[in-house]
Design a protein around this ligand. Sequence first.
Ligand SMILES: C[S@@+](CC[C@H](N)C(=O)[O-])C[C@H]1O[C@@H](n2cnc3c(N)ncnc32)[C@H](O)[C@@H]1O
Length: 250
Amino acid sequence: MWTTPRLAPRARTEQGKNVRMALRRLAGTAGGRISTAMARLNARHPWSHNDHFHGWILGTLPERRRSALDVGCGRGELLAALAPIFDHVTGTDRDEEMRAQAAARCAGLPRVAIDGSDLAEMTGPFDLVTMIAVLHHLDVPEALREVRRLLAPGGRFLVVGLAPPRTARDHLWDLASVVSNPVIGYVKHPWPDRRGVQPPPYPVAEPTLSFDELRRHVAAVMPGAVMRHHLGFRHTIVWTAPGSTEPVSG
Ligand SMILES: C[S@@+](CC[C@H](N)C(=O)[O-])C[C@H]1O[C@@H](n2cnc3c(N)ncnc32)[C@H](O)[C@@H]1O
């Protein structure tokens, strides 16, 4: 009979470290090579990794739907999706060109307002605050505290975020995203786009906080928040502010 060799605790720790390092190297090099080869493929079958999460947001809404705030609204696609659901929808973006595009996208939607204010200047309460690919543009602890201040009791914070991979688990999620990316691209955009790699349609920033670092910040300000990795090089955060929503009349 074959038995697993028993290792002393110290040797087990070493072995675990080696496995993690090897995994990290494998994920790094394999991911790097594959992603270079796949960049061209992705340019031919492009898809919006941000808009892809609108379905998740619409499926995770709070019970009460009076007012929603989308921070860093970009071209206003999410505002347009929230407009039929909430009484009032506000989109903020610090970029003037983005605000102009969002205003054009939401022209004719009377419940939507576009604003250039910072979070600290806003007054709530909001039943929903969303950020898609925005939290890493902000001072994270300060932004989280502002969102907590702005949320109504029972209101919900929904984040779709990015973080640089640091742990073996992060690298494996990245590798899975690299591999699944063109498959999702083929499904969403079957006909090849021949324009080549396009610049991002909005201001971007490089994320610096890892998933685990971000989780520590989130836990300190929003205890009980749930963070999850997803395909598409994204993670999500869900937090519901304490306090029950008043009964909805009508
Ligand atoms: C990567 S884009 C995402 C846009 C949009 N949320 C989407 O899903 O397409 C990040 C956006 O955040 C905006 N932004 C950056 N810093 C901001 C700040 N301090 N306040 C408001 N918006 C900000 C940028 O102008 C940009 O439009």
